[in-house]
Design a protein around this ligand. Structure first.
Ligand code: EPU
Length: 337
């Protein structure tokens, strides 16, 4: 019997006080199957990591299962470290764990909130590295036949903030673990503009880690104190031809080359140019130091956040004729993702 109504405040990083019928902590496959079987009879079901990319738009009339299936194993061959991390491990803990063992390659992805199981879904990325660059395989669990399936990275359809796990394997499948391959001979990734000045200096993985810690502390809100979900929108990818037009008016517009004559623009820059930094709706606000982040400044409701997001989309569309697509998952429309 399920009758409790439980607050989701502690289970998603926006820290908004929405409710679910029931929240169940999943520590092993046995509990997962039991919960799933129970849901199939009469409840909606959603599987969540740390809820770092999620906004519950209203009461969730079903079961929220929190992935706490954890464990990290490491093996090796001549050239590589081979890591298997379970979906419920916190991504940043995995980064720290490997660095402490002298295994390098995840340092650019330090301090990203969320779990290992969420990393492949939107192909997390920061400072020149994406999950796809280190991924060997993703192991999923079918809730249809309770089989485990290993999908090699080349079949995961990884793209910028996108993967097969947002399309085909989103319903009735959960990510059980990921396989990561890191070279024993470490080559620093300093392609990102952030590292421009340090490129010719002696660089170590720990220096990269500490530098990213400093930058993130300066620019991003402290998740422990201010509810948010990281970047709220994706950086838009547009045709190169179009940016040439924008150059007439905006000489310093930041952009990054993409394949096939496309470029990626900075959504944060576009939002800032619309003078929306610090703009509020109810308890929601555009973060003053990084316009791509919407924060729960003070008792925000999901409606405040969504109204603010709509205003941003409208203003950016009016000024630049560019549509900003949401990066985060909104849960609530008929209780499906
Ligand atoms: N910018 C502004 N104003 C702003 C924000 C940014 O002008 O308010 C400009 C910056 O000056 C810079 C450019 O936009 O020239 C890029 O900004 P930043 O380096 O902060 O990165 P971002 O494009 O806003 C992306 C990822 C982040 C990731 C950083 C670092 C997306 C949607 N976001 O943000 O990922 O940490 O790069 O590599 O791709 C996330 O996905 O949640 C996330 C935090």
């Amino acid at each position: 019997m399920i009758h409790a109504n439980q607050s989701l405040k502690k289970f998603h990083t926006f820290k908004i006080n929405t409710y679910a019928k029931k929240i169940i902590i999943i520590k092993n496959i046995h509990t997962l199957i039991k919960t799933w079987n129970m849901c199939q009879k009469k409840h909606s079901f959603i599987f969540l990591g740390e809820g770092s990319n999620t906004l519950f738009s209203k009461y969730y009339n079903g079961i929220v299962a929190i992935n706490k299936i954890s464990g990290i194993t490491i093996s090796e061959n001549d050239k590589n470290w081979l890591i298997n991390a379970k979906g419920g491990v916190k991504w940043h803990d995995l980064v720290v764990h490997t660095l402490k063992l002298g295994i390098y390659g995840l340092e650019n992805l330090a301090f990203i909130p969320g779990t290992v199981g969420a990393a492949p879904i939107q192909n997390i990325g920061a400072y020149g590295v994406e999950f796809k660059d280190v991924c060997e395989y993703v192991e999923i669990f079918s809730l249809i036949n309770f089989n485990k399936i290993k999908i090699q990275a080349k079949h995961c359809m990884f793209k910028y903030r996108n993967s097969i796990f947002k399309k085909i394997y989103c319903y009735n499948h959960i990510i059980l673990s990921v396989g990561i391959k890191l070279k024993k001979i470490w080559i620093p990734n300093t392609n990102h503009l952030l590292f421009q000045k340090s490129r010719n200096k002696h660089i170590t993985a720990l220096k990269i880690f500490n530098y990213i810690k400093k930058i993130r502390r300066e620019k991003l809100p402290n998740l422990k104190k201010i509810g948010n979900a990281g970047s709220f929108f994706k950086n838009p990818i547009i045709k190169k031809k179009y940016i040439e037009k924008l150059f007439y008016k905006y000489k310093n517009i930041p952009y990054y080359p993409e394949k096939n004559n496309f470029v990626k623009l900075s959504a944060g820059w576009l939002i800032e140019k619309c003078k929306l930094k610090g703009y509020s709706v109810g308890g929601a606000q555009v973060y003053k130091k990084q316009a791509l982040i919407l924060i729960n400044r003070h008792n925000s409701t999901a409606r405040d956040i969504l109204t603010l997001a709509e205003i941003i989309q409208k203003k950016v569309k009016e000024k630049f004729n560019i549509f900003l697509e949401k990066e985060i998952n909104i849960i609530g429309k008929n209780n499906v993702l």
